[in-house]
Design a protein around this ligand. Sequence first.
Ligand code: ADP
Length: 490
Amino acid sequence: MRKSLHIKLVLIMVLLIVSLMVVVGAFLMNSVTGYYIDEFYSQIIDAFGQDSVDFVRDLQTATDEEEDGAAMVQEVLSLYAGTLGVDRRNRNYYVLDGATGRWLGGSAPEPEGGVAVTPNISAALLGEVGIKSSVTADYMDAAIPITRGGQPYIVYILDNRETARSLNAEMFTLIIEALALGLVISVLLSFLLAKTMVNPLQRLTDGIEKAAGGDFSRKLEVTSADEIGQLTESFNTMAGQLETNIAELERAEQQRKDFVANVSHELRTPLTNIKSYAETLSDGVGGLPPETEQRFLGVILNESDRMAHILQDLLTLSRFDSGRGGLRPSWFPFAGAVDDTYQAILMDAQNHAHTVELSLPDGLPQVRADRERIMQVMMNIVSNAIKYTPDGGCIRISAGQTGDRVWMEVDDNGIGIPEGDRDRIFERFYRVDKARSRQSGGTGLGLSIAQEIMAQHEGRLYLVDKDEPGLTIRMELPIRGPREEAGNEG
Ligand code: ADP
């Protein structure tokens, strides 16, 4: 990659320099030629124009005893050679016969084969001023017809353009030199450019290769704010996200394994109990006292109930996980649901000699939620309070409204939850005291189901900090219900 990018850069620079020089060169050389031609004709027009009365008069006015008019014209021209820019080398003047165009004299000897008849001379022979320029010709000329002593002459100025040509040649050499220098500089620059571009790209490539191999640990250094810098930054963000996603996946995978292990364990315990009691019963058919048989059968029934209970909870969770646990929201009075829960557990609480206080303010609103599910959550947290509070405890149920949410809080003075376990009690199968939970028919799934239900309602279920012994747990629910329902209304 490094090589090809480098070669591309060199090529681009070379092409750029060459095309630039060609354009500039052509433009410059063309301008020089054009400038010379313009200069020449404006000089001639100035010399013969209305402002040069003296020159034209001197050319045209013959003296009385004049014999050779052509010689006199030549003399005047030689006097004004400077004005005409005649240097006798590249630019000369000639005096031609106005009728035939024959050479009569000039600043240079007659050219071999006579003066060539140019379009300008032809025009002058017809009595017109010949000052037309031709860009393609390798000369510039002007032919001005004059009359002196009744005799027609043509003042002919011829420039061989040598000055322009030599200047162009010099310029050409200069351009070639500049081109060579430009090429050297561009190659050097391309090295530098390639270094600044290729090095970060190479680092990026290394990083990507590492990431492809699963190593996301190294963050690439962003050394510039340009596109490459942005690319590096994007790569870092992507690598970070990938790393988080992979960690998340691994965590989920671990959770799944734990879950399967937990399920197997939870089901194995009652199954083992059922099996051993059933075996004992079958071994001692007829030999066991009827009350022992009755007790064993009771255990077997109890354990089967427990298994059914666990399976029921698992089924509920699995429905939630697969998105099939859709809600059926409807409007109902929140206070009514709290009161129903209170009534439902009252008997159980009294059996444990608990005092249950209900504080329900007036004017609690109707809420839009899945009443059955919400009741399930309420029942779960109140029964937990009864279960995990030693007999004769005090359980307080309160409810209220805060903004556009309603809440219910259950506070007990029971065994509470050790600090280290507080975060975990909403995990599936998590129980602080497995034996106590099992004894009271708990599966360790109740709170995770409850939290799932609250999340579906865009509400919350959480522990509230308290200093006294016991536990305070609070559920919160938006009055208007979840914004998007997972299931159908009904
Ligand atoms: P379980 O079926 O075991 O009651 P939950 O999911 O309802 O399962 O509760 C999880 C665990 O949280 C319980 O096993 C218990 O250890 C603890 N817990 C729940 N509520 C209370 C409470 N009011 N006081 C003390 N511990 C509680």
